[in-house]
Design a protein around this ligand. Structure first.
Ligand code: TXA
Ligand code: MG
Length: 351
């Protein structure tokens, strides 16, 4: 398949290009597009044949449901059976934005989107290019992150191109995404709200508005994971990723990083260090070792923004082992540590 590429400036949207990309969605093809979180791979969410193309392009397991993206609130009423007061409150405060709500679905939503569940995940993205595309397409657009299944989510069109070129009809390049990791997924289909995935809207922000939210740890213990997607290997670079932290909770001292570096080299590894700016500054240049700062510990938003691109860079450098510094779990730091945890497959070095 030939993949068409549309370059659209988010500050000065070329409607003609948007309409051309939307045309692919209307005829049941797949289009990757930027959102404020990560790039999504979209298809007409009411067309089961189109939705199946998303799964085959990504190599995604069919039991992992998709998010429907909308540009207007009226579209939500057409795909969910009711909007509880809590949902209404959250939409008013956080939409458009990086919050996905799981609600009971209407019959029009195909089983391909929800993996057979009776609920559907809905989100209104804030990115101007996403909004323009959704408006022009005129339908809810099903879209997972636009990476090959298992790879870090794309934050730039070039990441999408690397993974999906030749496998999708079109890619809309709207530059780098803002948040850098995916939306928060909140289940409102039961009597109490459950956080299924931490993301762009923090738990603190949610609880400030709606009171207690049940946590993913409680969900993880359940036999059937509530967010089916959370059980798969995710975001993983080729090299073996380790999260490194001190048992005391204090930042890992420079001497420990240097020791890890020396050990890795002695073992014939090609190490890649993913460190806070504060730590990276302390470490001298060492031959054969790549040291990257993912941002300041004081600014977890910056770390969220940079994380996935750096995991892809580790692959490009053919790193065989990646050591990532743990950061605090407040605000979006919780989502950063969740993604690092998945990428590491739970591997932790506690010093
Ligand atoms: O920021 C984002 O959310 C990006 C952009 C493109 O919007 N999309 C994204 O989609 O991350 P995806 O497919 O990679 O993740 C969707 C998550 C998965 O963990 C999935 O299991 C969960 O949402 N999910 C979708 N529908 C659900 C449902 N009905 N019930 C529970 N979880 C659901
Ligand atoms: Mg994904």
């Amino acid at each position: 398949m030939q993949t068409a590429l549309f370059k659209v400036n988010p500050e000065e949207i070329d409607q003609n290009l948007i309409d051309q990309a939307a045309e692919f969605l209307k005829i049941g093809e797949t289009v990757a597009f930027p959102t404020e979180t990560v790039y999504g791979l979209g298809a007409n969410g009411l067309n089961p044949v189109a939705v199946r193309k998303i799964f085959s392009a990504k190599g995604r397991p069919s039991d992992n449901p998709l998010i429907l993206h909308v540009a207007e609130l009226e579209q939500v009423e057409k795909i969910v059976t009711s909007i509880p007061d809590l949902a209404d409150l959250l939409m008013q405060r956080f939409w458009p934005g990086p919050l996905t709500l799981v609600l009971p679905k209407r019959e029009v939503v195909p089983a391909e989107v929800t993996a057979g569940l009776e609920t559907v995940a809905v989100r209104m993205p804030a990115h101007p290019v996403a909004q323009a595309l959704l408006r022009s397409a005129g339908v809810p657009v099903a879209a997972p992150s636009a990476n090959l299944s298992g790879k870090p989510s794309p934050t730039r069109a070039e990441h999408v191109w690397q993974d999906l070129q030749g496998r999708v009809a079109a890619i809309v390049d709207g530059g780098e995404t803002g948040v850098g990791l995916e939306s928060t997924v909140l289940d409102l289909s039961t009597s109490e709200p459950y956080l299924l995935r931490p993301g762009g809207v923090s738990l603190e922000e949610l609880e400030e508005l709606i009171g207690e939210v049940h946590l993913p740890a409680e969900v993880d213990k359940a036999e059937t994971p509530k967010a089916p997607g959370m059980k798969y290997r995710h975001y993983a670079p080729e090299g073996l990723l380790w999260i490194v932290e001190m048992a005391s909770g204090y930042p890992v001292p420079t001497a420990e990083w240097l020791r890890l570096a020396q050990e890795a080299i002695a073992n014939g590894q090609k190490p890649f260090f993913l460190l806070s700016q504060e730590t990276a500054q302390q470490i001298p240049e060492i031959p054969c070792i790549t040291i990257r700062s993912f941002g300041s510990r004081q600014r977890p938003e910056e770390i969220a923004h940079n994380l996935f691109a750096l995991l892809r860079e580790a692959d490009k450098e053919q790193a065989t082992v990646i050591y990532a510094e743990a950061i605090g779990k407040t605000g979006i730091g919780a989502a950063v540590m969740n993604r690092l945890g998945k990428a590491a497959g739970g591997r932790r070095l506690i010093l």
